[in-house]
Design a protein around this ligand. Structure first.
Ligand code: BES
Ligand code: MN
Ligand code: ZN
Length: 500
């Protein structure tokens, strides 16, 4: 999708989108169009239930007295709530409406609105951002897609009274959108294409943006004593890897006290010997969604040259049953020295993260550590597909994450940790076992992770319900969502970046 910025001027032809404030209050551009069409905009609203609530759309086709192909009225919601984030979702809504409509271009008019949180130029940039995010497709294997199912929309022109500010602000957003697309691509690819080695190669590609990338193979991990991660990988023909990506964007400093992100990168999760049922198992190609988000986040930070020192660590394994696979009852020794009795080989993500998190703390001494993982089916039972689970030992970090999630529309819900839950993973044979009973499955998984957290602010995001979506949303077409990339990019931008 080509996104362009221009100064405001009512277009003569093609498709045009204008905003309406809740309560059917026309934006200046909408009012102009109403005049030009002899009141068609007002009459269309009166004939419908369109009120201007956020993300409502009313289409007026082939309006008389013009050569326009259509007018799209887009609900902006209340003026006082009109933020850059709402603007982005409005841009996405327009593209969602027109992508396969037959229109090849659309002009979106972004007006100065009294009460709006940001000026029109900044909102215009975000409209372009939302338009781009929603236009994503993963069609590369669909060789027989019918013409009418292919996107027709090729170009979005966002008009405002400050196109040069819009263009300027769009540069960073464009980089973030490209990073989101990288994550969506990686998560969408099937397990025969993305496996630990090829996912490590994707990490390596970030060196072009100035990211330092270290790839640890089996012998490196053996030396470090990563028995938990290696145990998960030992049944697969594809060897596991651990990748550390470093972005040093703080002027004049090496990577010191970095912020750290750790991702579960199980490129396919069969369950191992504790094998999963066949129905739906294909979904487990996206069990690397946490790693995918961390890779995209590093790309976003590097792509927009964020003034922060950040590390991203991903543990990459394939969980397969085979003659060399680990058995239920096996006891592995983690890099921390703690031993784990592997009761269920399908609870593999926490084993991978245990070693990845320990390595992260040892090597980087981060100022905080956030892990992302498609960790438990139980989190889908608790929170459905509306919130990811948040577990943390730190209230400030939690609040910042909750706020960032609200802003970008990647919502979190905090769940408890506590000693009583922790006891559920005590083992008679080793320091701990890798599963509790069914009760509180997401919490006991988080407790397991916490046993590998030293005195550092830490948050765990269980994104099992969020990495993939079966329905379209304003910024996220169905499929791989890249959940976490925009959320953590916002967290960094709001709290951890040098501003100067
Ligand atoms: N990758 C799965 C969790 C998952 C399930 C993600 C559904 C996305 C959708 C994880 O490795 C797993 O298998 N967890 C088990 C844990 C159980 C054995 C304690 C689960 O949730 O069933
Ligand atoms: Mn599993
Ligand atoms: Zn898994």
């Amino acid at each position: 999708m080509r996104i362009a910025f221009a100064s405001a001027e009512l277009p003569k032809r093609g498709a045009v989108a204008v905003g309406v404030i809740e309560g059917r209050k026309l934006s200046p551009s909408a009012a102009q169009l109403d005049k030009r069409t002899g009141g068609a905009v007002s009459r269309a609203m009166a004939a419908s239930r369109f009120t201007g609530k956020s993300y409502q759309v009313l289409t007026i086709l082939a309006p008389a007295r013009t050569r326009l192909s259509r007018i799209l009225l887009v609900g902006l919601g209340k003026a006082d709530d009109l933020s850059v984030d709402v603007s982005a979702r409005c841009g996405g809504t327009v593209v969602g409406n027109l992508l396969t409509s037959g229109e090849s271009e659309v002009t979106i008019l972004v007006d100065t609105i009294k009460g709006a949180k940001q000026p029109a130029g900044e909102r215009a940039a975000h409209v372009g951002y939302g338009a781009k995010l929603r236009a994503y497709r993963f069609d590369k294997y669909r060789t027989k897609l019918k013409a009418e199912d292919k996107p027709s929309l090729k170009r979005v022109t966002v008009m405002s009274d400050d196109p040069s500010s819009a263009k300027q602000a769009f540069q960073s957003l464009d980089a973030v959108a490209d990073a989101v697309f990288m994550t969506r691509d990686l998560v969408s690819e099937p397990g025969n294409i993305i496996y630990p080695k090829t996912l490590a190669d994707a990490c390596r590609s970030l060196t072009e943006l100035g990211v330092k990338v270290d790839v640890l193979g089996v012998s490196d991990m053996k030396k470090l004593g990563m028995g938990a991660l290696l145990g998960v990988g030992q049944g697969s023909a594809h060897e596991p890897y651990l990748v550390a990506m470093q972005w040093s964007g703080k002027p004049g400093s090496k990577v010191k006290e970095p912020v750290a992100f750790i991702g579960k990168g199980v490129t396919f999760d069969t369950g191992g010997i504790s094998i999963k049922p066949a129905g739906g198992m294909e979904d487990m190609k996206w069990d690397m969604g946490g790693a995918g988000a961390v890779i995209g986040l590093m790309r976003a930070l590097a792509g927009r040259k964020a003034r922060v020192n950040a590390v991203g660590i991903v543990g990459l394994v394939e969980n397969m049953p085979s003659g060399t696979a680990q058995r239920p009852g096996d006891i592995v020794t983690t890099m921390s020295g703690q031993t784990v009795e592997v009761i269920n080989t399908d609870a593999e993500g926490r084993l991978v993260l245990a070693d990845a998190m320990w390595y992260c703390q040892n090597r980087f001494k981060p100022r905080f550590m956030i892990d992302l993982a498609t960790l438990t089916g139980a989190i889908i039972i608790s929170l459905g597909h509306e919130h990811a689970g948040l577990f943390s030992n730190n209230d400030e970090l939690s609040q910042r994450l909750l706020d960032a999630g609200k802003a970008v529309g990647e919502q979190l819900w905090r769940l408890p940790l506590g000693d009583a839950y922790d006891r559920a993973i005590d083992s008679d044979a080793a320091d701990m076992k890798n599963v509790g009973d069914r009760a509180g499955g997401s919490i006991t998984a988080a407790q397991f992770l916490q046993r590998f957290v030293n005195k550092v602010p830490w948050a765990h995001l269980d994104i099992a319900g969020m990495a993939w979506s079966k329905k379209d949303a304003p910024l996220v077409p169905k499929g791989a969502t890249a959940f976490g990339v925009r959320l953590l990019e916002r967290l960094v931008a709001d709290h951890y970046e040098d501003k100067s």
